[in-house]
Design a protein around this ligand. Structure first.
Ligand code: MG
Length: 355
């Protein structure tokens, strides 16, 4: 069992039920005046507690074979199933120019990155990719693409690293410019390969100060190649860029590096709960901005700001027309006629026209 050295926080103890308090204290050891508290204590469950909720049942799906695409777990968001590219757009929110070819989502060189419409924070991402066969180019010029978290900020390199030497921290499976993969588990070009990625995004406080760094674990073709490594910042070329504050949930992107790398069977499982969030095009957000009879709406990056009741609320998109605050239960709905309805809790409010 893992223990954390910490000072006793007596203010937390009175909130525990007596039985749970006993379990908690039983897990507390005193060593030379220092309290050791089991990290698993905070949920306050007894060992073998019969009232503890059982895990949800999930159909695990099926893994892919070279000639047969697998099936995603039943609780996954399927990002690409071989036929539908509607969950992908260009970075500016316009339709992506990547093409569907023979059941794969293929990078069209020069078309730019493709990103998801939906935003993701802590997640499990499954990716299958194949680099071009026959291979062209060498080093970073052969089968280069990438899986990005944070809307283009943090790259897990995709590269044809089969008999293709390049710098270690740019190899297939590297956290680009930071961590080489532990091993090179690449398959030959043209064959389908898998990434299974556990992503923990960085967290920032309200002033933009980094609270915790991003971490990532990657399995390449089932082989562990990144073991919960701690990112030092963004993964740029030539420079070791620091972190810059951003929302915890942002789109996942696939890199256009000039090579027609193919992808299939893309799915993601959200691990941090919450409502689905979408990163809408600036043009859509801007169309909502203006003065209404009961509020004002403006935009800051990918969020709307609603000024209502003397307060400012940062609003996140749950759909192209519905937005919510993460601080107070304030929601905003827009209709095609240019009206807004702001609701607070159960108070639905009425439609207000744009001035
Ligand atoms: Mg790349």
């Amino acid at each position: 069992m893992k223990f954390t050295v910490m000072k006793m926080k007596t203010s937390r103890i009175p909130t525990l039920a007596p039985a749970r308090l006993g379990a908690c204290l039983a897990a507390t050891l005193t060593l030379a005046g220092t309290a050791l508290l089991a990290e698993d204590c905070p949920p306050h469950w007894l060992g073998h507690d019969r009232t503890r909720p059982l895990p949800p049942v999930v159909d695990p799906g099926q893994p892919s074979r070279e000639d047969q695409v697998g099936k995603a777990p039943s609780d996954a968001v399927v990002l690409f199933d071989g036929t539908d590219v509607s969950k992908w757009v260009a970075m500016d929110g316009k339709p992506t120019k990547w093409r569907i070819h023979d059941g794969a989502l293929e990078c069209v060189p020069g078309s730019g990155y493709a990103r998801t419409l939906q935003c993701f924070g802590e997640c499990q991402l499954h990716v299958e990719f194949a680099t071009p066969n026959p291979p062209h180019g060498s080093s970073q010029g052969r089968g280069n693409s990438g899986v990005f978290f944070g809307m283009g900020r943090y790259e897990i390199q995709v590269l044809d690293s089969y008999n293709n030497k390049t710098y270690a921290d740019g190899s297939c499976g590297s956290v680009y410019n930071q961590y080489p993969p532990l091993v090179n588990a690449s398959r030959p070009p043209g064959q389908w390969q898998t990434y299974d990625i556990l992503w923990t995004p960085p967290k920032f406080d309200a002033d933009g100060k980094l609270l915790s760094a991003a971490h990532v674990t990657v399995l390449h073709n089932g082989v562990l190649i990144q073991n919960n490594v701690k990112l030092i910042g963004q993964t740029d070329w030539l420079v070791r860029a620091p972190y810059h504050a951003h929302p915890e949930k942002l789109p996942i992107a696939l890199q256009d590096h000039g090579n027609p790398v193919r992808y299939r069977n893309l799915w993601v499982r959200e691990l941090d709960g919450g409502k689905p969030e979408f990163y809408l095009p600036d043009s859509v957000l801007d169309s909502y901005c203006g003065n209404y009879d009961n509020c004002q709406v403006s935009r800051r990056d990918g969020n709307l700001l609603v000024h209502f009741g003397g307060q400012e609320f940062v609003m996140f998109a749950q759909s192209p027309t519905h937005f919510f605050s993460k601080v107070v239960d304030v929601q905003a709905e827009f209709d095609p006629q240019g009206a807004i309805r702001v609701s607070v809790g159960e108070d639905g409010g009425g439609w207000a026209k744009k001035k």
